[in-house]
Structures are given as structure tokens and as C-alpha cells.
Design a protein around this ligand. Structure first.
Ligand SMILES: [Zn+2]
Length: 480
């Protein structure tokens, strides 16, 4: 029996069993990027969490139907495009391309729908009309605002205390950092020279919040199973999504709200406004591998803050390499039939238990740290058996299957973009004679014949193989 899936729901503040409304389908909405710049790795932490989530649900047999929006119209986009003298479509196209490339480099599965806000202006206009029919809006200077006083449940997601905020005060910009007043714009009147749409509710462009409500309901229906995003979207963005959607439909908009915590650098939240951010491309240029970045982002459970450091990235790289070496070593030993036949039932039980713990960790609100713990504990047990060639073939197969299972979720054993990833070179299995030399050196070390061990190390170095002895008496190799 697999462990029951439980998610911490921001709405209720509780960990709850996950049961989708239309099984086996899971309807999930993800706030995507505003495409005016490169996304930073703080953003990718959230996208990586969503990827782990969808992969886990799929592994559990669910059909994930995930929608991600691309915000391709807002103040900054309009300004930047105008400065460059190009249209907003042309301007945002280039950042969408970059974003999708970055996602692919990090092995993020493509959501079923990745959709642009500007392709859904009609849906937004219709939703605003629905709200107007229910007297939830008012117009001022050609812009349309949501009247929060008409939605008494406002604040139920973020539990924010609205008492100090003046009713009727308005937010002119849609940058959520500056949203400090109650009512918010659903539709913005065009300023002179600005890009706008001619619509039945007047000329203008949509506010940011209405995008997500309109697009989510267009593709996923009026009640979604899961809505994800970074924790800083909880207020006001997600609160406003709830107000817009639930006031229009009278139904629950989202059943499970999942929010990923911040990524910090030296104790500060990484953000564009603070200027302390890394983009993926910067890290690639410094020689960091997509798999190390993905591993680091995925390794801390999403509800905990993650402190990013280059040291942490190095550790992630060596964790990935440890798993890759075991993976290739198992494949090679099995292919060259160097292991004893049969299998040991106690070991089989041990591998089965590791798999169960891995799955149970993920089922527990995606506790990736717990899941990884189960894998690395087993790796520590198996490595010495493999070194001494006492791991039976049947068990080697089981460990290999466990690693594949792990990789369906973590996706770090292979790199999707070899040109960016030098570690790919070590993915080519060692030739059997080189592997024999490594074994011979291990045997020499064991009988404390360090002279012979050193000779072999140098011999291998001459063939471009670097060895690194591990604390548990094993050895790692890589091509240089
Ligand atoms: Zn959104």
C-alpha cells in the first residue's frame, strides 16, 4: 500500500489528504513568469517544485492537466518594448524563448498548456463583465476596479489583516511589491501612446490578477484541484484571484493552494528588486551543471526557505555524481556479468524498504529531503558490496530500478543538454580494462600496498581518468 498523499494547504493552514475532484485527472494551475527579463534561480526554485509535484502525481498514476500562464503584458513590458521601438509581441517572444530553453535545461516537463495572456483578452473581458453584472466593479477614469468590500471573505488565503488599509484606495500599478491598498484594477485605461485593446468594456489592457483567473477557468473549469506559486504571490495576487473567481462563479476556485518558500542568498530573499540574483545562464557560464542546480533546488522541501550558495551547488554536484557513478557502475557490472548470480532476499527487502521510504517522503507534502535520505542511505550500503563484488546480480537489478524510479522524479542522472554539461563525458561507461584497473587498485589499497595503488592512479590519469577516494572506502572516477 502506497502512503496517502498529503499536502500542506495554505488556505486551511493544514496538511490534508489529496483527493482530486475528477480522478484520475488532476487540474493544476501555475503562475508563470512575466516575460520581460531572464528569470532568476529563485523563480526556478518554484518551477522546479512544480515539476517535482507533477512528476510525483504522474508516477502515482494521475493524469496531470497543468496550465501555466505567461504574463506578456504589463507596465515594464510596455515601457521596455516602447524604448526599443518594437511591439510587445516581438519584445516578449525573445524572453519566452529564453524561458522555455531554461526550463528544458533544468529538465522541467512542459505543462500541458503554456499560454500567453495577450491571447486571452476576450476571456478576461468576459470575466470582468460577469463581475460588473454582479455590481462588484466600478469605473474610474476609464479603468475598472474590483470592489473588495463586496467580497467579505477577502483575506482568507493570506490571513492578512486588512483593517489598516483604507477602503477605496487604489493601486495604479500591477507590480505586486507596490500593492498596498484594497481595491485593485481589473482593467486599465490606456495612457497616451500605450499599447491597448479595443473591447466591449472600453479601450485598455487587463490587470495582472484577472489574467490568472480567466485563463485558469477557461482551461480547467471553475474549480481547480491545485494552484501553485511562490509564497510572495499569496497576497495580493492569489487573494485577488480568489476574489475575482469566486465572486463570479459562487464556487470554490481552488481546493489545494501550494506555495514555495523563498530562495535566500546570505539571509536575504533573492529578488530582482534587491539586485542579488543569479540567472541560470550566469551559473552555466561559470561551469555549473543544470543537474547540480536542479538537484540543489529540489533537495530542500518546498515549504522551507532555501539558502543558495556556490558551496551548496558544489555539494549538489558531488551528490549527483555519486548517484551517476553508482548507476553506470551497476549497468556496467551487469553487462559484463561480473557479479554473483541470484539474489539475497534480505537485500531485496532492504531495497524495497528504501523505495517505500522514498515514495512516502514525497507523499508527505513532497518532503524531498526525506525521500533523498532514503536513497542515499541505501547507496552507502550498496557501494561497499559493489566494491567487493558481493552484490548479487538480482539485487543489482533492484538497485538500478530504484535509481530509475528516483530519476523519474529528480531527473538528474542524465542531462538533456550535453553541450552545456561537461559531466556528460563521464556518462560514457568506462572500458572494462580500465574498470579492472580500478578494481585492482581498490584491492591494493585494501592490502595497504599504496605504492601499487598510486601507480594505477597515475596510469589512469594518463588515460584521462581522475580518481577520487570516498570516505566509505569506495572510489569515484571521472573523465578529465
Ligand atoms: Zn497568477
Amino acid at each position: 500500500m502506497a502512503a496517502e498523499i498529503q499536502f500542506q494547504n495554505t488556505l486551511t493552514g493544514k496538511k490534508e489528504p489529496f483527493v482530486p475532484l475528477h480522478p484520475p485527472e488532476v487540474r493544476m494551475y501555475t503562475c508563470g513568469p512575466t516575460v520581460y527579463d531572464f528569470a532568476h534561480i529563485g523563480n526556478f526554485r518554484t518551477f522546479t517544485f512544480q515539476d517535482i509535484l507533477r512528476r510525483f502525481l504522474r508516477q502515482r498514476g494521475y493524469q496531470v492537466n497543468q496550465v501555466m500562464n505567461l504574463t506578456d503584458v504589463d507596465d515594464r513590458i510596455i515601457q521596455n518594448a516602447a524604448q526599443r521601438g518594437i511591439g510587445i509581441r516581438e519584445y516578449t517572444d525573445q524572453y519566452i524563448k529564453v524561458f522555455l530553453e531554461d526550463c528544458a535545461a533544468l529538465s522541467l516537463e512542459r505543462p500541458e498548456q503554456v499560454i500567453r495572456a495577450t491571447d486571452h483578452i476576450d476571456d478576461m473581458v468576459k470575466l470582468i463583465q460577469r463581475l460588473s453584472e454582479k455590481s462588484l466593479t466600478y469605473t474610474s477614469d476609464g479603468s475598472i476596479y474590483y470592489r473588495i468590500a463586496k467580497f467579505p471573505q477577502y483575506g482568507k488565503l493570506s490571513k492578512i489583516d486588512m483593517s489598516g488599509i483604507q477602503p477605496g484606495a487604489r493601486v495604479e500599478v500591477d507590480r505586486y511589491e507596490k500593492a498596498d491598498a484594497r481595491d485593485f484594477a481589473l482593467w486599465k485605461a490606456p495612457k497616451p501612446g500605450e499599447h491597448f485593446w479595443e473591447t466591449p468594456i472600453g479601450p485598455g489592457r487587463p490587470g495582472w490578477h484577472i489574467e490568472c483567473s480567466a485563463m485558469a477557468m477557461r482551461y480547467l473549469g471553475e474549480t481547480l484541484d491545485i494552484h501553485t506559486g511562490g509564497v510572495d504571490l499569496t497576497f495580493p495576487h492569489h487573494e485577488n484571484e480568489i476574489a475575482q473567481s469566486e465572486a463570479a462563479t459562487g464556487k470554490t476556485f481552488v481546493r489545494y493552494w501550494l506555495h514555495a518558500e523563498h530562495l535566500n542568498i546570505e539571509g536575504e530573499k533573492m529578488s530582482k528588486s534587491l539586485g542579488n540574483f543569479y540567472t541560470l545562464r550566469e551559473l552555466f557560464e561559470q561551469g555549473h551543471k543544470p543537474s547540480s542546480i536542479r538537484f540543489l533546488l529540489a533537495s530542500v522541501p518546498y515549504r522551507r526557505q532555501l539558502t543558495f550558495s556556490l558551496d551548496g551547488l558544489q555539494q549538489a554536484a558531488s551528490s549527483v555524481e555519486r548517484l551517476r557513478n553508482l548507476h553506470f557502475r551497476l549497468n556496467l557490472e551487469l553487462a559484463s556479468k561480473t557479479l554473483p548470480p541470484g539474489s539475497d532476499s534480505q537485500l531485496s527487502d532492504r531495497v524495497a524498504k528504501a523505495l517505500e521510504e522514498f515514495d512516502a517522503g514525497l507523499a508527505d507534502d513532497l518532503n524531498t529531503a526525506k525521500a533523498l535520505g532514503a536513497i542515499f542511505t541505501l547507496v552507502r550500503e550498496v557501494n561497499p558490496l559493489l566494491e567487493s563484488k558481493s552484490l548479487p546480480e538480482g539485487n543489482a537489478q533492484e538497485v538500478l530500478a530504484l535509481l530509475e524510479n528516483f530519476d523519474h522524479i529528480f531527473a538528474v542522472l542524465r542531462d538533456p543538454t550535453p553541450e552545456k554539461d561537461i559531466v556528460q563525458a563521464s556518462a560514457i561507461p568506462l572500458e572494462p580494462e580500465l574498470l579492472r584497473l580500478i578494481d585492482e587498485r581498490q584491492a591494493a589499497r585494501k592490502r595497504r600496498d599504496f605504492k601499487r595503488a598510486d601507480e594505477i592512479r597515475q596510469q589512469l590519469a594518463g588515460k584521462g581518468i581522475t580518481l577520487e577516494d570516498t570516505k566509505d572506502g569506495g572510489v569515484r572516477w571521472k573523465r578529465t
